[in-house]
Each structure stands twice: as structure tokens, then as C-alpha cells.
Ligand binder design. Structure first.
Ligand code: SF4
Length: 248
């Protein structure tokens, strides 16, 4: 484990615990989550398709996103075809598929594709700050591309990861998602980062739901300060978004 980032602090947590205790608890939590929510296929395995998937997915249900995404690639085939598609055509395609924010997403998909061809030689960049230069790609999507597209160790912080990390006291309740990512990458061993997003998303949908989490049946309840009344939902800040992106 590397040295603790200087910008991280134990201040702001609503209960006392040393860094060492927090690290040990974080490791146990991730091990339990990996067992409770296993997933064999962690990769889409194609950074470009992952990126397009992430843009479509904003404020969309998974099933709908997946259907539209499959249809999009059936129709447009590859990055070159998409980059040469008029923005209005892509917008119309998304609108007809029932995609919310179709105007913005249509423009992002075409323009991001053009930029990847022109500036990155047709290859999706594999660095978080380069990815964030693409239209519609914020930090969460950049990390999704790294984790699910490239198979790199990264922790995308979406609404589930943000909420659950704070309930579990792995990040202070008031910090922005970017900061949650810093705490998690500090506390969790790097070789497990890639599991955190999918396990917490599954956990957030099935057990640690936004309203009325099922703490009684949760395998993490012995390790969870929320279950012990030490963290409360009203302490938790949902989001610290600044840039308009394809984020949740
Ligand atoms: S014990 Fe409750 S708050 Fe804690 S992780 Fe489980 S469901 Fe979420």
C-alpha cells in the first residue's frame, strides 16, 4: 500500500477509526462484496464501445441502454461510420430509440468519435485526463472506460458507489465523488479496484438501496457504521458534479 495521499484526512468522518483500522475493514468489505456479487464477465473488452455505452447510459435504465447500444452498432458498425454520420442523424436515431437527452448525447457520440480519429489516431486514449477531454466524458465515464473497456484497475464512482462508500464510512459523508474515489483507491488494494464498481452497483440495487436499505439481511452489517447508527442518510451529500457530462 502506498503512502496516504496528503489531501486525505480522517476529519469529516462521523465516527473515530484509524487509517489502519479503516484499511482492514475496507479489505474485508470488498472481499465480502466480491463473494456476494460475483460477476464473471467484467469486460465489454472494447474501449470505444464502452465509451459509447457510457454516454448513452446517462439517466437510462440498463436494459434500455443495452438495447439501444446494440442497435447503434448494428446500424453504424464502427467508429469511422459514426464519425462521418451527421450529428442530426445520430440525434434522430437516439430520439427514435427513446433515449433521454438524445440531442446532447447524439452530438457527444459523433464529436467524441471524430476527436478520437483526428487526435488519437483512432485509438481511445487510456489515461483518465485524456479521456476527460472528450465530449461528454467526465471522471466516472473515464474510469468506466479504463475498468470495463481496457480492463485496468480503476474505481468509477457512480451514485451507488458514492452512497454505499459513505454509509460504510470509507469516505466522509460530505465529500464529492472525485474525493470518494481518492479515499477508495487509498483504502482498497489496487488489485481489487476493478471489482468495486460492479459489486457496489449490484449491492446498491439489491440490498443497500437508496431508500430503506436492507441492513438486517446485509452481509456487511457487522462492518457497517450506518447499520450501527454512526452514519445517517441526512449526513450524506449525493453529488459534487460540476461539468456537464455523461454521468449518473
Ligand atoms: S448494513 Fe445497511 S447501510 Fe451498511 S452496507 Fe449493508 S445495507 Fe448498506
Amino acid at each position: 500500500m502506498g503512502a496516504k495521499s496528503q489531501s486525505l484526512s480522517l476529519e469529516g468522518f462521523t465516527f473515530e477509526e484509524s487509517w489502519e483500522e479503516k484499511r482492514k475493514r475496507a479489505e474485508k468489505i470488498v472481499e465480502i462484496l466480491m463473494k456476494t456479487h460475483p460477476r464473471e464477465k467484467l469486460l465489454i473488452g472494447d474501449p470505444y464501445r464502452t465509451l459509447v455505452h457510457c454516454i448513452i447510459s446517462q439517466r437510462m435504465r440498463d436494459e434500455v441502454t443495452y438495447r439501444v447500444w446494440e442497435e447503434l452498432f448494428r446500424r453504424y458498425k464502427d467508429i469511422k461510420t459514426i464519425a462521418s454520420t451527421p450529428v442530426e442523424d445520430m440525434q434522430e436515431f437516439l430520439r427514435k430509440q427513446g433515449v433521454g437527452l438524445w440531442k446532447t448525447k447524439g452530438e457527444w457520440i459523433v464529436k467524441a468519435s471524430q476527436l478520437i480519429l483526428e487526435k488519437y489516431d483512432g485509438k481511445v486514449p487510456d489515461e483518465v485526463h485524456e479521456l476527460m477531454k472528450l465530449p461528454g466524458i467526465g471522471r466516472k465515464c473515464a474510469n468506466i472506460v479504463l475498468a470495463y473497456g481496457f480492463g485496468r484497475q480503476a474505481i468509477p464512482v457512480d451514485t451507488h458507489v458514492n452512497r454505499i462508500s459513505k454509509r460504510l464510512g470509507l469516505a466522509p459523508p460530505r465529500v464529492a465523488p472525485e474525493k470518494v474515489e481518492e479515499y477508495l483507491t487509498e483504502l482498497i488494494p489496487k488489485e481489487k479496484w476493478i471489482y468495486v464498481n460492479h459489486a457496489m452497483v449490484d449491492h446498491g440495487r439489491s440490498i443497500c438501496r437508496p431508500i430503506n436499505p436492507k441492513c438486517e439481511e446485509c452481509p456487511l452489517k457487522e462492518l457497517c457504521p450506518y447499520a450501527k447508527g454512526l452514519v445517517k442518510d441526512e449526513d450524506i451529500k449525493g453529488s459534487g458534479k460540476k461539468k456537464k457530462t455523461a454521468q449518473s
